[in-house]
Design a protein around this ligand. Structure first.
Ligand SMILES: [Zn+2]
Ligand SMILES: [Zn+2]
Length: 83
């Protein structure tokens, strides 16, 4: 069981549309990463999101993993959203 944080996406405060690393298309939020994977966590650095908080490897606190899927090429990517 995971507690709900103050993630702006989970709380509906804002929409984030990252650029696809594959084709530069628009990626859409497919929900929380935890809703899709239990054991497999393909985390990547979030510098593409330009969320520079100085803790790129700290996944335990204040980060909400969201799965984004490219509407163009269909590739998916997990981004850690700062809460
Ligand atoms: Zn979230
Ligand atoms: Zn793409």
């Amino acid at each position: 069981m995971k507690k709900m944080g103050m993630c702006p996406i989970c709380n509906g405060f804002k929409t984030i549309i990252p650029e696809c690393p594959n084709c530069s298309g628009s990626m859409e939020n497919n929900g929380r990463e935890a809703d899709f994977y239990d054991d497999y966590s393909p985390y990547m650095p979030i510098d593409q999101m330009k969320l520079e908080d100085g803790y790129p490897h700290d996944f335990a606190k204040g980060k909400c993993p969201h799965l984004f899927k490219c509407t163009n090429c269909g590739s998916s990517q997990v981004y850690l959203i700062k809460e």
